[in-house]
Design a protein around this ligand. Structure first.
Ligand code: SF4
Length: 468
């Protein structure tokens, strides 16, 4: 009998079985259910419809509600969605509701929070979940967002579901899952300074295609993954869904343990590893020393090419943000390229979370607490001519017409986001090149897609960023 993978072990444990095999349908206990302002109202509607008007959620301490998508807009319907979440959190006594308290139920643009440390608002759910201590190895996270898979970077099973399934979880704390087979992607060597996890995942998706990992676990392994910061690993697992993956997952190491122990107040979680004799659906090997900065050309994340090959592509703007590319390490990567230089095209910077925003204000470009008189990451980017926005999803998925950074016409964008389907960033006529924050920053300086090796001369330190 073959051994089990991490994903199989987590699912077995949560189904009360000693063993599960790929393809088996099982009921599992859910540890955390997350929802946000786009899918939350629909999920809540289904919950009350199916469980009754007086129904109570299965555990008010395990439901996490994070408004993040359509926050900085005057669109009244978007504000109404936040209000629905607010009302529900109150009715159900939800412990972890991160209210965007500055959003009123009216048709005016809300004033962004003045101080990122003095707001309940957190920004993008996938970034805020681990920051606020809701992510632990060995657990099952279900979220009403396809990029819920991001949390697999912490060695847990995390996946996105639709409103109906989420409504059922709200009422019961359980869901029905098919055990996915695992595809293993091994990266050898150490991450070179000109690459980030974004280049790795674009290379993977370019190999598998956007449906090549459909309903499979994508396991990212090897010394190369160990050499990534925890934040950068989140970029890998975040984009597992872009290959159709059910979940993405990484091994738990000391970086993971330190982060989780510092943030989570639940002590009883378990670390799993793949058995040596477990079976994989497929295996892939990559040598980091031989990899190049990558882009995904319009209009699909699997339309891969090297940044070098695209050097003649003129861009109209650069966008650095989202749950994929708006983490503090992404901001440090961009700031190191832009430090002391001026962007040539409009460059939009959107912190993934209010914690990232705060870190951008307090850390220098080496990820260390800035000394008096030293420039912060925020100042470095601002001085380079970047347009700075408040934390949230912003133009990653277009949004209402007044969304910061949204495309409105035929703009060609280089972006650190995760999807470049037509219309994803707003206009159906715009074209989006997905790239790492290094490539997005280098391209902002030249006005063309630019290989960051033209600007990276040595290792980029990230210090304490994204660790504390
Ligand atoms: S930042 Fe983009 S991909 Fe991430 S949750 Fe928001 S809209 Fe989705």
């Amino acid at each position: 009998m073959a051994g089990m993978t991490m994903t199989e072990k987590i699912m077995a444990k949560h189904s009360g079985k000693g063993r599960v095999v790929p393809g088996e349908n099982i009921w599992v206990d859910v540890d955390v259910l997350m929802t946000h302002d786009v899918c939350g109202p629909g999920t809540i509607g289904i919950f009350y419809e199916q469980f009754g008007k007086a129904a109570k959620v299965w555990d008010s301490t395990r439901v996490v509600i994070i408004p993040d998508h359509y926050i900085f807009t005057a669109d009244e319907k978007c504000h109404r969605n936040v209000q629905i979440l607010r009302d529900f959190a109150k009715q159900q006594n939800i412990k972890y509701f991160y209210d965007a308290e500055f959003v009123k139920n009216e048709s005016t643009m809300p004033n962004p929070y003045r101080d990122p440390t003095k707001t309940n608002y957190k920004g993008v759910c996938h970034k805020a979940l681990p920051e606020e201590g809701h992510i632990r190895p060995g657990e099952i996270l279900i979220g009403t967002d396809s990029h819920t898979c991001t949390a697999g970077a912490f060695g847990q099973f995390a996946t996105g579901v639709g409103n109906t399934d989420a409504g059922f979880v709200l009422g019961t704390g359980k869901t029905w899952l098919k055990v996915p087979p695992t595809m293993k992607f091994t990266f050898h060597g150490q991450i070179p300074p000109y690459l980030t996890a974004k280049d790795l995942i674009l290379a993977v998706i370019g190999t598998t295609g956007v449906d090549g990992a459909t309903y499979r676990a994508m396991y990212f392994a090897g010394s190369g993954i160990g050499s990534l910061s925890l934040e950068d690993r989140m970029t890998l697992t975040n984009m597992a869904i872009e290959a159709g993956g059910k979940n993405g997952i990484c091994d738990v190491d000391q970086k993971t343990l330190d982060y989780v122990k510092a943030r989570s107040n639940r002590p009883n979680w378990q670390v799993y590893t793949d058995d040596k004799d477990c079976e994989y659906f497929a295996t892939y090997e990559y040598d980091l020393a031989k990899m190049e900065p990558m882009v995904a050309k319009p209009h699909s994340p699997d339309n891969k090419d090297t940044a070098r090959n695209c050097r003649d592509v003129k861009i109209d703007r650069s966008y650095i943000g989202s749950c994929t590319g708006g983490k503090i390490t992404d901001m440090i990567f961009a700031a190191n390229i832009l430090n002391g230089r001026q962007v040539k095209v409009p460059t939009f910077v959107v912190p993934g979370s209010t914690e990232v925003h705060q870190d951008m204000l307090s850390l220098n470009i080496k990820g260390r607490k800035k000394a008096n008189g030293e420039k912060s990451i925020w100042e470095t980017l601002q001085n380079a001519g970047c347009l700075m926005g408040p934390a949230g999803c912003s133009a990653c998925l277009g949004g209402p017409s007044d969304t910061f950074g949204r495309t409105h016409n035929t703009e060609v964008v280089v972006s650190t986001t995760n999807r470049n389907f037509p219309g994803r960033m707003g206009s159906m006529k715009s074209a989006v090149y997905l790239a790492s924050p290094l490539t997005a920053a280098a391209s902002a300086l030249t006005g063309k897609i630019t290989d960051p090796r033209e600007y990276v001369s040595g290792p980029i330190e990230t210090g304490e960023a994204g660790i504390r």
